[in-house]
Each structure stands twice: as C-alpha cells, then as structure tokens.
Design a protein around this ligand. Structure first.
Ligand SMILES: Cc1cc2nc3c(=O)[nH]c(=O)nc-3n(C[C@H](O)[C@H](O)[C@H](O)COP(=O)(O)O)c2cc1C
Length: 303
C-alpha cells in the first residue's frame, strides 16, 4: 500500500480524492451509499452570505458526454449553514471545505469571515468562476485584476487555507493563477464549468432558462487537463485538478499533469461510489509502478 496522504498548504488530506462543490451536497446525502469518511475531503455546496433561490427552471440539460447546468448557487445562506448544516458535519473524519461565492467583494468577505469562525472548517474554496449568476461570480475570475482584488480582500479576513477556484472561460488561465498566488492564495482548484448552450429545435428556443449554462462531465476533461498542466508550470502553490474525472485513470492523468489532489464532480450523479473506486485505483497504480507515496506522481509527466 502506498502512502496516499497529500498536503494542500497546511491542510492534510488522507488521500488526494475529494468531491466537487455542487455535485455532492453536504456529503451526508451520500452517506447511505458510501463511507464518506474515506474521502480526502468534501467541497460542499456553494454558499453565499444571503439566501439565494437560484435560477428559473429548466436549469439542466444533457449533452454528449456531459451536462449543462444553470443552478445559480441556490442555497439557504451562510447563517443557515452555520446553524443547521455545520452541526451535522463538523465531526466527520474528513476535511469539510466550504465553497464561498458572492456578488461583490464585500459579500465574499462577509461570507469568508463567517466561515472563518467555524473551528472544524479547515479551508474555503473561493468560487470566482461561477458562470451562472448575473452579478459577481465569474466576472471576478476572468481578469487577473478582478481575481486579485477579491483574493486580496478575503485574505485579510481569512486565516485558514484559502483555495481559489478558477474559471476556464479565459484565454490564459496562468495569468489568473499567478495573480491569486501573488495575493496569498494557498492553492488553486481548476476547472469550474465551461460556458455552453443547448437549443430545443422544436420550440426554437434555448433549453435553459438562462440561455447559457455551465458545461461539465467527461467532455471537458481534455480542457481541464491542459489547464492544470499549464498552471503547474506557472505557479508554485499546489493545484487541485477537476473536470470530467470519471475513473482512476483520469485522476492519475491529472496528478501526472501537476495536480496534488483531485475533485470528482458530475460523475457522482452517475456512480455515487466512483470516488472510492478512484482511491483504490490510485493506490494500485502506485504499487504497480513503484511509487511509495502518491505525492511523488505530481507533475511527473514526461514531455
Ligand atoms: C449541478 C452542478 C452544480 C455546481 N455547483 C457549483 C458550486 O456551487 N460552486 C462551484 O464552485 N462549482 C459548482 N459546480 C462546478 C463543479 O464543482 C465542477 O467545477 C465542474 O462541474 C467540473 O467538474 P466535473 O466535470 O467533474 O463535474 C457545479 C457543477 C454542477 C454540475
């Protein structure tokens, strides 16, 4: 058995496999299917300071090898998280990481500050890349200056591990990654969804109420992998890779391209046990290829 432990800054993960925000609820919803404490971490649903109803239906569409969503960060707000969700998940033997979103610098800061007061939340993932909200969200993640501004403000109030989730809807993701590293981010996670669209030919209308939505699933994997590899060469902070991962081979590809840990997203909807299969597969791969620790894999792609 290989040593599967990895570190994201000061955050220690028992293995590199975690679940992606918005695709695994608060983790407890999956507890009937799998032992969620075997995971390296759970990135919980996007949380905003104020409650949000999300976008109008329809807000999901199937695509070849993927899906489009326009949920729009539906959640009951940070106070509800603190009072009603946190007590149920705080003692889980895995890392619970809150995905923090906002519509202005002030709302990101307010939400991060509230989460900072929770002893059992060791990290936040700052979502500056949501394509499905009208204000804020992706707007911050598509320019280096916007990304830097929000990370600078949150860094001042958030002392724990700060992971920044990057948008793939940019020309050069390395510019954004370097900007947030410069403002003190401990890690970057990538990618969020790609902006896409679907059309109903009978109605001659867009399928989604929001017209455009975020594309995810196996179809985005090559793009995510390319961006992880480019970012690995550009920054020193650890990278959490995601986008279309559906089996252990995909996960190993991300590690070789430069990720220290990975997240499983859309594939949880197809197979709720997939993350545990990925942990076992990575372990076997390390044994077969003579890696004593999984962290030795990171960035060892031969090019
Ligand atoms: C239904 C749905 C909801 C999502 N909600 C969030 C969210 O609240 N915050 C966030 O940062 N990403 C959210 N995402 C993006 C995923 O976390 C992930 O970045 C993206 O889907 C790519 O990974 P995947 O192809 O493995 O799903 C959501 C994705 C889906 C499909």
């Amino acid at each position: 058995m290989a040593e599967l432990k990895v570190n994201i800054g000061k955050l220690s993960l028992k293995n590199p496999v975690t679940t992606a925000s918005g695709t695994f609820g608060y983790g407890t919803e999956y507890a009937d299917f799998i032992d969620i404490e075997r995971l390296g971490g759970i990135f919980v649903k996007g949380t905003t300071i104020e409650p949000r109803e999300g976008n109008a239906y329809p807000r999901m569409a199937e695509t070849p090898s993927g899906m489009l969503n326009a949920v729009g960060l539906q959640n009951k707000g940070a106070d509800y998280f603190v009072q009603s969700i946190y007590p149920d998940i705080k003692d889980l033997d895995t890392n619970i990481i809150v995905n923090v979103s906002g519509s202005s610098v002030d709302t990101y800061v307010a939400c991060a500050e509230k989460i900072a007061s929770l002893k059992h939340i060791p990290a936040i993932e700052l979502n500056i890349s949501c394509p499905n909200i009208k204000k804020g969200g992706m707007a911050f993640g598509v320019t280096a200056s916007g990304a830097a501004e929000v990370v600078r403000a949150v860094r001042k109030v958030y002392p724990n591990v700060l992971i920044v989730k990057l948008s793939p809807n940019v020309t050069d993701i390395t510019e954004i990654a370097k900007a947030v590293e410069g403002e003190g981010a401990d890690s970057v996670s990538l990618i969020n969804t790609l902006l896409g669209m679907a059309v109903d030919v009978k109605k001659r209308k867009p399928v989604l109420s929001t017209i455009t939505g975020g594309l995810s699933g196996p179809c985005v994997k090559p793009i995510a992998l390319r961006m992880v590899w480019q970012t690995y060469k550009a920054v020193k902070i650890p990278i959490i890779g995601l986008g279309g991962i559906s089996n252990w081979q995909d996960a190993v590809e991300f590690l070789l391209a430069g990720a220290t840990a990975i997240q499983v997203g859309t594939y949880n909807f197809i197979d709720p046990t997939v993350s545990l299969k990925i942990i076992d597969g990575i372990d076997k791969y390390c044994d077969e290829f003579g890696f004593k620790t999984v962290s030795e894999l990171t960035g060892t792609l031969e090019v």
